[in-house]
Ligand binder design. Structure first.
Ligand SMILES: C[S@@+](CC[C@H](N)C(=O)[O-])C[C@H]1O[C@@H](n2cnc3c(N)ncnc32)[C@H](O)[C@@H]1O
Length: 295
């Protein structure tokens, strides 16, 4: 199991939010607007690999309708942190979802109000690698995921796309493109080794890493989805110094694990890059509308 720390997810949250492709996001919002006009109840969104709920905090305030969210992650600590962060982020908690039987459950559902809309959030601890049933998604109006699909292996993705009967919006899938300035002669070697690491098993079998996005786009098109895409690079400047430092350190650590780069080179590169003034990390967003949904 690959684990992600709450500190890392918090550190990246503001860069993630500002990098989301705005044109695609607008299309998703228009789509949800049409859905909400057709149904009486709240819109239901299922977020895969939710971590601490960053994707909800980015998207939910833009939706002018009541919402039910189901956050799915296999890491109970991240789901606990998600509940805490969402409660702090809310304008207020209405506690409609309160159930005395679950008072001690740190991931019990919560109902809150944000921007005058009611949002109920459920937290589901599931290993998606071994729980790929369409049942998990069947009541959803939209599936979402942020920074998740590059962890996935081909077999899982093929199966996922074939059982998917709901529109899906994924953001911030790593696409392998990186620019660090000023350039460094070790960049190419480090990036190749990093891609190798991205392809290692993250719990689903060998991960697609930078190939995940294009593969997913093709598979969904083959399944008849109408697919739109847009880029969402992190563009990091001195204001993002802490994120740049963590990114440089994380990359240096990952490439050492591949044994393709010596410890010394990785260390030097990491130290140099932690002082980088500008860095761009390529990501892509995707919105795929399920064909049987005539909206
Ligand atoms: C890069 S983090 C992104 C988290 C969150 N979506 C965000 O944008 O901050 C990837 C997330 O996927 C979750 N994850 C990885 N493998 C998983 C699996 N097999 N089942 C469920 N969640 C998984 C991790 O626990 C982590 O929260």
């Amino acid at each position: 199991m690959t684990s992600f720390s709450t500190d890392w997810l918090s550190l990246r949250e503001s860069a993630d939010h500002r990098s989301r492709n705005p044109v695609l996001q607008e299309q998703v919002l228009r789509y949800l607007e049409k859905i909400s006009n057709l149904k009486n109840g709240p819109i239901h969104i299922v977020d895969l690999g939710s971590g601490t709920g960053s994707n909800l905090r980015a998207l939910a305030p833009l939706i002018h309708h009541n919402q039910n969210w189901t956050l799915i992650d296999y890491d109970p600590l991240l789901l606990t942190a998600a509940r805490e962060k969402i409660c702090i982020w809310a304008d207020y908690i209405t506690d409609k979802a309160h159930n005395k039987d679950h008072d001690n459950d740190v991931t019990r559902p919560v109902t809150l109000v944000k921007n005058n809309y009611e949002i109920t959030v459920q937290f589901l601890q599931k290993d998606l690698a071994s729980n790929l049933q369409s049942k998990l998604f069947e009541s959803a109006d939209l599936i979402t995921a942020a920074a998740f699909f590059d962890l996935i292996a081909l077999d899982w993705l093929v199966q996922f796309c074939s059982v998917l009967k709901t529109s899906i919006y994924t953001v911030l899938t790593y696409n392998g493109e990186e620019t660090w300035l000023p350039s460094d002669p070790r960049d190419t070697e480090i990036l190749e080794a990093f891609h190798h690491h991205q392809g290692s098993d993250k719990g689903f079998g060998n991960a697609l890493g930078p190939l995940a996005f294009k593969t997913m786009e093709q598979l969904l098109k083959k399944e008849g989805f109408h697919v739109e895409t847009g880029s969402s690079p992190w563009i990091l400047n001195p204001n993002d110094a802490s994120l740049i430092q963590e990114l440089a350190a994380g990359t240096a650590k990952a490439v050492v694990e591949t044994h393709l780069v010596s410890h010394e080179i990785a260390k030097q590169w990491g130290e140099q890059r932690s002082k980088s003034q500008h860095c761009e990390i390529g990501h892509d967003d995707l919105f795929a509308i399920y064909k049987k949904n005539s909206i």
